[in-house]
Design a protein around this ligand. Structure first.
Ligand code: HEC
Ligand code: HEC
Length: 479
């Protein structure tokens, strides 16, 4: 009896001691600790507190097709919760499109959206000061907001709370995304009507006239009594006369921040002090990321982006931003017209990146390994780039040329110094680190989808659901 107990004790003591002894990765932990300290990295912060009513207003607007000129597309069509708040396609398909992403197709005579829909994770982090792949929405040093299109600065309403709210004003004003097209007498095109066949009154305004476009959308929203109640509940201290589009934009931002902030990735848990949160491979990958591989030069800070624009010579697929002029995307240059901004795109944040394929500003790559190899050797990656993997609708609108590739490579960002000789093992360690940036909770977002929205329009993009809805409502709208 006694001997048995002794054994149990001994085994217990040995086990406890061995758990306290430095493990194989203790040295890695020390090195990482030093990096974390010098870079001042901390775990992501939870979403700021917001009232339930404001979040609810925002949720309804985010999923409501009433905000699109033709009443046929919502924010969630391209930022789908079941696709990690993106659309899983290289380039988005906007108004007139048919089907739910990632199996959405272009409507007749409708263009592809020139860029890839990014994910919407962690937009409430205080570091955010830019939005979009070309940072055309930004918060300047004095705290004010600057929003520009290629036609110049845009007039914004007062009272916007953050860059996310400023951003929300833009998709409904973009013709290909949500607004729809006006008729062109020269080409005898009749212009868009909404899904019920009624006039699309939002399509008639000038492209840069955000105030007029949003006045139109505001009229639509306040014509729906349920939205008036939601607005009152969300802004109990604001009178009806004081309210306007900025209150809608602020609520949409609040919803996105509340629903899609995830602070428990293994990396964040490691930053919070849990040494066991990362695998050995992920720790090695982190050391490479912040060290020899040179990733953190651009993917810096808590969000893993410097929010600056860099030209890494992404393969130029799709129609670009000005398809009527030329089939290429000059990125930041279109906003600033400065030579050094040619082909510059904002460094993307990397949280939950394993969930958000395809990658880059136009979704040119399907896998993270291809993305890393591109960073290592853009020259070779461009030479070997195969358009055959692209969906036909994108492939048919892709015009890659030697001279275009050369123009990009000649202007490659000098900060891009990823060694071309990273070994396969190093690449897989980097991949393990990227994997550790994903919070498992970000995988299942369907609970953020409302069952219905105040306009009564279908939340779903399933063609059968929409057909059924139209048949049911045909009588009401075509008496
Ligand atoms: C037709 C598809 C489509 C629709 C509809 C759409 N988006 Fe997007 N969204 C995109 C694309 C594409 C981009 C990137 C455009 C760019 O950077 O030039 C984007 C960018 C964004 C960004 C910027 C994220 C970042 O990291 O910079 C946010 C936020 C966003 N959308 C929210 C919304 C909201 C809110 C709505 C509805 C009001 C909406 N989107 C509607 C496709 C869409
Ligand atoms: C010179 C700055 C720079 C460096 C250094 C850099 N990147 Fe990037 N990275 C970018 C830019 C800019 C993009 C987007 C380019 C585009 O879309 O045209 C990008 C895109 C990415 C993407 C795609 C993310 C998405 O959501 O589409 C990943 C992943 C990535 N980088 C990882 C890395 C890794 C890993 C390293 C180090 C091996 C690295 N980057 C080094 C600037 C950089």
């Amino acid at each position: 009896m006694l001997r048995n107990r002794w054994w149990t004790w001994l085994v217990g003591i040995v086990l406890t001691l061995s758990a306290c002894l430095p493990r194989g990765d203790a040295k890695l932990d020390l090195q990482l600790h030093e990096i974390i300290r010098t870079h001042g990295l901390v775990p992501l912060q939870p979403a700021p507190q917001a009232s339930k009513a404001k979040i609810e207003l925002g949720r309804n607007l985010f999923f409501d097709k009433e905000l699109s000129g033709n009443r046929d597309i919502s924010c969630a069509t391209c930022h789908a919760p079941i696709l990690a708040t993106g659309d899983g396609m290289p380039l988005s398909i906007g108004t007139g499109g048919v089907g739910a992403a990632p199996h959405r197709h272009l409507g007749p005579q409708k263009p592809l959206v020139g860029r890839h829909a990014p994910s919407l994770f962690n937009l409430g982090q205080p570091e955010w000061r830019t939005m979009f792949w070309d940072a055309r929405v930004e918060q300047t040093d004095d705290g004010s907001f600057l929003a520009r299109t290629s036609q110049g600065p845009v007039t914004l309403p007062p009272g916007l709370e953050n860059v996310v709210a400023v951003q929300a004003l833009f998709p409904p004003s973009a013709r290909a995304e949500m607004r729809g097209f006006k008729g062109d007498p020269m080409r005898e095109s009749p212009g868009d009507v909404d899904i019920f066949g009624r006039e699309n009154e939002i399509a008639k305004f000038q492209d840069n006239d955000i105030p007029a476009i949003w006045q139109g959308l505001w009229q639509r929203i306040v014509a729906i009594p349920e939205y008036v109640s939601l607005l009152q509940a969300a802004y109990p201290n604001t009178s009806a006369e004081e309210m306007g589009p900025q209150h809608l934009a602020n609520a949409i931002a609040t919803f996105q921040i509340d629903a899609y902030t995830f602070t428990r990735s293994p990396w964040d848990r490691y930053l919070a002090g849990d040494k066991h949160a990362l695998s050995l491979e992920a720790k090695r990958g982190a050391l490479l990321f912040f060290g020899r591989a040179g990733c953190s030069v651009c993917h810096s800070g808590n969000l893993l982006t410097d929010q600056n624009m860099h030209n890494i010579a992404a393969p130029q697929i799709g129609p670009g931003k000005q398809p009527a002029i030329e089939h290429r995307d000059y990125g930041r240059f279109l906003i600033t017209r400065r030579d050094e901004d040619l082909f510059g795109f904002r460094t993307p944040p990397l949280r939950n990146v394993t969930l958000t394929a395809p990658y880059l500003h136009n979704g040119a790559y399907d896998t993270l390994e291809e993305v890393i190899r591109h960073h290592m050797n853009p020259d070779q990656a461009l030479a070997n780039y195969d358009v055959m993997h692209l969906p036909p609708e994108v492939r048919q609108r892709t015009w890659i040329s030697e001279s275009l590739n050369r123009a990009m490579l000649e202007r490659l960002d000098s900060m891009l110094q990823v060694p071309a000789d990273l070994t396969d093992e190093e690449i897989s360690n980097l991949l393990a680190f990227l994997d550790a940036l994903t919070d498992p909770a970000a995988k299942e977002l369907s609970k953020t989808i409302p069952a219905r929205v105040p306009s009564g329009l279908p939340v779903s993009d399933d063609p059968d659901v929409i057909q059924g809805f139209l048949q049911e409502h045909a009588f009401v709208h075509h008496p």
